[in-house]
Each structure stands twice: as structure tokens, then as C-alpha cells.
Design a binder for this molecule. Structure first.
Ligand SMILES: [Zn+2]
Length: 136
């Protein structure tokens, strides 16, 4: 898929990510752009990530389309391979990921697994994490 289409397809998820990145920046956080992805760390969103979510507990980072929010710059570095796998998932599934991801976690839980650890999107991201972040 051409690069522009990947960005457009993921845009429904990128937009809320940008809004959260703006909140992070406005509350003392920082931005950086790495390989076409906006990464935001610190600020209000860092507090949200450290508090966590019902399905996962505290997390170091989360991806919305082409935006990755991290608790800190260190967390962004440490989770880059994992979160880039999620970016590729958003490029593949577009805004549908906002529905597919929680549904996949729900079905994992209904099958007796862990809604976070056994979510197939997380399994794929952990596999990418083990392969590492390609160096150029
Ligand atoms: Zn993940």
C-alpha cells in the first residue's frame, strides 16, 4: 500500500492520538518524530499510562495510528519495536483497530485467557519485540 494511503487509512485512529499528544505537550510533555511516527512522552498522558487501564494495568506506551504515547522518553525507546508492530496493525486495519483490538481481548478473555496477554494483536507485537527494532 502506498505510504499516503497507509496514513489516510490509519487516520481515524491517529486523530485521537494527536489530541492526546497535544494534551501531553500542553501539560509538560515532549514530542519527537521517529520514522514517520509522532511520539509523545510525559505530561498528563504519562500519568494516565502509569495509572493504567482495566484490561492491562499500567503500561509504558500505547499506540493510536501513527502516534505513540509513552510514559517517558526511556519507555518510548524501550518499547519501540513493540509499538511499531501496533503501528503496522493500524496501517493494516485502519480505524477498525479501535474496535477489533478490544473485541480480540474480549474473546481472549471469554476463551479463558488473559484479555491483554492473549490478545492476538499483543501476541504479534511481542513477537516483533523479540525480533527487535531494525537498525538502518
Ligand atoms: Zn502492545
Amino acid at each position: 500500500m502506498p505510504v499516503l494511503l497507509r496514513y489516510l487509512w490509519a487516520l481515524p485512529a491517529t486523530v485521537p492520538g494527536v489530541l492526546l499528544a497535544v494534551l501531553a505537550r500542553a501539560s509538560g510533555g515532549e514530542w519527537q518524530r521517529v520514522d514517520g511516527v509522532l511520539e509523545a512522552s510525559g505530561g498528563w498522558t504519562a500519568r494516565l499510562l502509569r495509572t493504567g487501564f482495566p484490561f492491562s494495568g499500567p503500561v509504558a506506551a500505547i499506540t493510536f495510528g501513527h502516534v505513540v504515547l509513552g510514559a517517558s522518553a526511556y519507555d518510548l525507546d524501550a518499547t519501540r519495536a513493540h509499538e511499531r508492530a501496533h503501528v503496522r496493525q493500524f496501517e493494516r486495519w485502519g480505524g477498525l483497530m479501535l474496535v477489533l483490538y478490544p473485541l480480540a481481548g474480549l474473546f481472549a478473555g471469554l476463551r479463558g485467557g488473559d484479555p491483554y496477554r492473549d490478545n492476538p494483536f499483543e501476541r504479534e507485537a511481542r513477537a516483533a519485540e523479540r525480533r527487535g527494532w531494525p537498525c538502518m
